[in-house]
Ligand binder design. Structure first.
Ligand SMILES: Nc1ncnc2c1ncn2[C@@H]1O[C@H](COP(=O)(O)OP(=O)(O)OP(=O)(O)O)[C@@H](O)[C@H]1O
Length: 351
């Protein structure tokens, strides 16, 4: 998808002014609370009207004050999944799912209910009333309903923020797979860098109603490393864990990681803070940390007085973080060999 936006909107004391063009299949809108993310998405979806400007989705003009075009939300064919699943309480799961599908012109029906029920694992829920669903199940039904409207763009407006951590990371694979399997571009809104890293390939960064930049999720995570209390979060998908002496041994590139909170068999997602990686210039004699990886430094970057050290080990990448004086004392440069020590308990399982 290609989105071209050049709009202005005033809402009370708040003013939004954005002029940009972005392409990609999974685009993020990132910003602090109140920065204007929802306003921007509502303008794109046609839920509110810009004061002036134009919006193009691919070659379709959605809005142009100059050309006096203002397509209705239905004609824009943009489906939105909100923070709270807004299901029709008087309809069952199946009727909720079919709501948008039935209103979609037969010629535009590319995605069939059976396919989405399969991908979102909703088969056992179709006979239920929506009041008998958990928060995560409701969000999956809301996602299914949005996709079955066969939209040309799926907008996800903080779809995970009402869910607790464990549910949040269970839903993410579903969000990713609907967009990938059915080829629907998505616009994903959040103030979480981790969600941006998991969901998007390009990110519009919004600040006080203005666009402050376009970046990749990784650049965003690097830029926020010093200010984020958890530093840069390395996200690792690990599977094939084997339990041994109460710890989990997970294959990782040509090496393995030893983790306290693992799970045998299934793929799990872990986060590891850049601050939980301790670097040694030489191989330490004996350490309590269960992981000691020989690494090559491939890159160094600055983030507000802290140094990010990008490490390669066994074909995999990790970002460690040190203060600038430590970088000078260790004489770290691109190409240096280092040893990275990580405690088994430093890996936090997200789902
Ligand atoms: N109808 C309105 N009238 C006046 N001000 C409004 C209106 N709608 C939103 N605002 C203000 O516009 C600003 C941007 O709101 P918006 O909901 O777009 O932010 P956001 O980045 O999505 O925030 P959050 O992450 O908290 O949802 C806020 O300061 C909000 O109070």
């Amino acid at each position: 998808m290609k989105l071209r936006i050049d709009i202005e909107k005033k809402l009370g004391d708040f003013s939004l002014k954005v002029n940009t063009e972005i392409s990609g299949e999974r685009v993020g809108i990132f910003g602090a609370s109140g920065s204007g993310k929802s306003t921007l998405t509502h303008l794109i979806a046609g839920l509110i009207k810009p004061d002036a400007g134009e919006i193009y989705l691919d070659d379709t003009c959605l809005f142009s004050s100059r050309k006096k075009i203002d397509l209705s939300p239905e004609k824009r064919r943009i489906s939105i999944v909100f923070q709270q699943a807004t299901l029709f309480p008087h309809l069952g799961v199946k009727q909720n799912l079919l709501y948008g599908y039935k209103r979609c012109r037969p010629a535009e029906r590319r995605i069939e209910p059976e396919a989405i029920i399969g991908v979102l694992n909703l088969g056992h829920l179709v006979g239920r009333g929506v009041n008998k669903l958990s928060g995560g199940e409701k969000q999956r039904v809301a996602l299914g309903r949005a996709v079955l409207a066969n939209p040309r763009l799926l907008v996800m407006d903080e779809p995970l923020s009402a869910l607790d951590d464990s549910l949040r990371y269970q839903i993410i694979p579903y969000l990713r797979s609907v967009s990938a399997e059915f080829g629907i571009p998505c616009l994903f809104i959040s103030h979480s860098i981790t969600e941006m890293q998991l969901m998007t390939e390009r990110v519009l960064v919004v600040k006080n109603g203005r666009l402050s930049g376009i970046s990749t999720p990784d650049q965003l995570a690097r830029a926020g490393m010093a200010s984020n209390p958890k530093g840069y979060l390395n996200l690792l998908r690990l599977n094939g864990a084997k339990e041994q002496d109460g710890l989990f041994h997970c294959p990782w590139g040509s090496s393995e990681l030893i983790i306290s909170d693992g799970k045998t068999g299934e793929e799990s997602l872990f986060e590891l803070s850049s601050r939980d990686i301790i670097l040694f210039k030489q191989h330490p004699e004996a350490i309590s940390a269960r992981n000691l990886l020989e690494c090559t430094v491939t890159e160094l970057f600055d983030s507000d007085g802290r140094k990010g050290v990008v490490l390669q080990s066994g074909g995999k990448t990790l970002v460690a973080e040190i203060v600038r004086v430590a970088a000078e004392e260790l004489v770290i440069t691109q190409g240096s060999t280092l040893f990275a020590a990580i405690k088994a308990s430093a890996f936090r399982r997200l789902g």
